[in-house]
Design a protein around this ligand. Sequence first.
Ligand SMILES: [Zn+2]
Length: 256
Amino acid sequence: MCQLCVDKSESNLKPMQPARRALLKLASSSPLWMAGLGASTMMVGARADDAHPMPKPENVISPDQALERLMKGNGRYVNGNINTNDSFKSAEAGLKHGQNPYAIILSCADSRVSPELCFDEGPGDLFVNRIAGNFVTTDLLGSIEYGALILKSPLIMVLGHTECGAVKAAMKAEEENTSFPGHIQSISSHLGAAVRAAKQQGGKTSTTDVVKANIKLNVAYLQQSTPIIRKLVQENKLKVVGGMYNLEDGTVSIVS
Ligand SMILES: [Zn+2]
């Protein structure tokens, strides 16, 4: 079990070691990875290089404005009044020189939940990180820190959803003391802390109870555990929130 798992399973959110050095080392040794993430901007800590303007000036907004924009986009999605034209021609030409997404999303990998669609956004707007069960791993944490520190996104949303299969599997494993084949078990093990947290509330535990507990655990972890994110939050440059996507009607509600 990695240190991240140990910290979560003990509900003891300990600060991690600073990750910036590792991030910069990775950037300097991985030109292809850097190119994909706007590498030319990375070495100067900006989101556009000297020869090109900010790709999307409208994405330079405050944390509260970013959350309001996300929720308004979800409203358009639910009501069928979407703005997004997803043809390639509609993408900003400047995006080839860099990116400045206004929100980082940690979403479940579930095929029924698509962040760009449910927030009615296009290329360059959202820095999406996905894993079944929407929980933080060490690798994902590096990606999220990159979005917050280097791309300067002002908002992180942990996005869970109703009827999550990963959560149901973790509940089954916890209740029946069973395990899953291969690496699937690692997902179930990570989500065990959320199952136990939901059960502490008493009464019959539903899937939605565990989904919410998992969102809240990961929001708290992101807010408190890394020096990079914690500092940005303390400086009011970054907000971390939790949202739950409802498969029945497409709405996203804020749960943390
Ligand atoms: Zn899911």
